[in-house]
Ligand binder design. Structure first.
Ligand code: DGL
Length: 278
């Protein structure tokens, strides 16, 4: 197994599908000189209703693949995979820096005026210890309302950011929250920032929306700096995209989500490991 140690190695960014692109976009803005590897495990999306044990196995396979590709740091750009696997991965790979996601309950609790916060995330994220621990640590004195938005991840996977069905799913989640006086909404799933414009329409701009991606990018920068791993190459970094799903579909959705045209390399799960398909 490879030990990450060289600033010129890429950063690995991982999600169940296209959601982690919201984090990748923030990393590219904060760290434009870094080379990036993006992996969407679209053969297994959505992750949100899978068991925590199954998610850990998938995250282990992705980690082995990222390290084999030379990743110096891995961003688990998925709240669900972070909830299931971050702790285990840090124990199993103590030499590898991991940056994970947790629902941004802390800034939400600090910023709410009404004392009512809505958290949008997947069922598996809500079940994990990580979520229980952020609520316990940061949400005292604040009422938290949880919403899973069934079907929303699949809509975003298809790039359907503003269709009537996407709107219906969001209205079903958001209108009851607004009626209760929620004024702050946490994007606890990395897919959801792609529908912030629609969320703002539905809530008539009356709720503050918290997307943790910029904070995750800053954390990535801090960890790289601490370890002397920041890439100081003069030119812009390059990004390589991988999917375990259909690479043509991934490439079609990419411009709609982050305004980038690029090809994706197809990967296949063979047992517990990922291999490239030519
Ligand atoms: N993007 C993911 C997250 O942040 C997972 C969505 C899913 O696959 O269900 O939780």
């Amino acid at each position: 197994m490879q030990t990450a140690s060289n600033p010129h190695q890429p950063i690995g960014v991982y999600d169940s599908g296209v959601g982690g692109l919201s984090v990748l976009r923030a990393i590219r803005t904060a760290l434009p000189h870094e080379d990036l590897l993006y992996l969407g495990d679209q053969a297994n999306v959505p992750y949100g209703e899978r068991s925590l044990e199954e998610l850990r196995e998938l995250a282990r396979g992705v980690t082995r693949f990222m390290l084999a590709q030379g990743a110096k740091l891995i961003v688990i750009a998925c709240n669900t995979a972070s909830a299931a696997a971050l702790k285990a991965l840090r124990q199993e790979y103590p030499e590898v820096p991991f940056v994970g996601m947790e629902p941004a309950v802390k800034p939400a609790a600090e910023q709410t005026n009404s004392g009512k916060v809505g958290v949008l995330a997947t069922p598996s994220t809500f079940q994990g210890e990580l979520y229980a621990s952020v609520v316990e640590r940061f949400a005292s004195g604040v009422e938290i309302y949880q919403e899973t938005c069934p079907g929303l991840v699949s809509q975003i996977e298809k790039g359907w950011l503003e269709t009537p069905k996407t709107r219906r799913i969001l209205e079903a989640a958001l209108l009851p929250l607004m009626a209760r006086g929620v004024d702050t909404l946490v994007m606890g799933c990395t897919h959801f920032p792609f529908v912030i414009p629609l969320i703002e329409q539905i809530t008539e701009g009356k709720a503050r929306v918290i997307d943790p991606a910029p904070a995750v990018a800053r954390q990535t920068q801090r960890v790289l700096e601490e370890r002397g791993l920041l890439n100081r190459q003069p030119g812009a970094g390059i990004t390589r995209y991988f999917t375990t799903g259909d690479p043509a579909r991934f490439a079609r959705v990419l411009p709609r989500l982050i305004g980038v045209q690029a090809q994706a390399q197809a990967l296949r799960w063979q047992g517990k490991d990922l291999t490239p398909i030519n």
